[in-house]
Design a protein around this ligand. Structure first.
Ligand code: DHB
Ligand code: MG
Length: 224
């Protein structure tokens, strides 16, 4: 089984199930033109996140790692009229590209990009006692995932869904002897969601146009 067949299947599902509109296509094109790394989620994954957000009737979404806003557009489109999305981005140039992509997609009024270290943005939200988020998508620097989870849990309620991208990395995340700080961050993240009594979690491997990777999904299950 080769990468070619995964890519073919992804193209088939995209063709059949995922209608990427011009704003999503333009978001990818303008991100590429601006020289952003081409590491955004795929169309089938974007629609998956959008459907997940709809399925949990998310009104407030938090994203950690905006890049050019491709996933942000998918997630924002799941929101009802009074919904709100906050996305954290370290790189101001990426944030500018994302903002223009969000405007073009018609979600700029309720999807906000906050520039700076995500840990600072999250600390500020915690200090402000921000209303809990319904869905949190972590897709930023991999060595930061453990800290992002700690912060995300403070911005969660029972029922909050926390999704993390890139938890497989072509299988490297199963290697306990790794010294790669990114893979170590991902391993620590998995250990943390496994050990936290507030969370019930799983992870799914994915193949497709992005190669071989996966998502972890954790549901906050408070009993009080
Ligand atoms: C990288 C980051 C991602 O979030 C991703 O989906 C793929 C690659 C990276 O930093 O290489
Ligand atoms: Mg990613």
């Amino acid at each position: 089984m080769t990468e070619a067949i995964w890519t073919q299947m992804d193209a088939y599902f995209k063709d059949q199930l995922v209608r990427e509109d011009p704003a999503l296509q333009a978001a990818v094109q303008s991100s590429d033109a601006a020289g952003l790394p081409s590491i955004q989620i795929s169309p089938t994954e974007g629609k998956f996140l959008m459907l997940l957000a709809r399925a949990v009737a998310a009104r407030r979404i938090l994203e950690i790692g905006t890049l050019g806003g491709y996933s942000t557009i998918w997630l924002a489109r799941a929101l009802p009229a009074a919904g709100r999305l906050i996305s954290c981005e370290l790189n101001p140039a990426f944030a500018e590209v994302a903002r223009s992509n969000l405007q073009r997609a018609g979600v700029g009024e309720f999807a906000e990009v906050r520039v700076g270290r995500a840990s600072d943005t999250l600390s500020k939200l915690i200090a402000e006692r921000a209303e809990p988020f319904d869905l949190i998508f972590i897709d930023a620097d991999k060595d930061g995932y453990p800290d992002y989870l700690t912060a995300a849990l403070k911005l969660s309620r029972s029922g909050t869904v926390i999704v993390a991208d890139n938890v497989v990395r072509e299988g490297r995340v199963a290697d306990a002897s790794t010294t790669d700080p990114n893979v170590r961050g991902l391993r620590r993240y998995i250990e943390m969601i496994a050990a936290n009594p507030r969370l019930s979690a799983t992870a799914l491997q994915t193949v497709g146009e992005r190669g071989y990777d996966g998502f972890a999904l954790a549901l906050v299950c408070d009993t009080d």
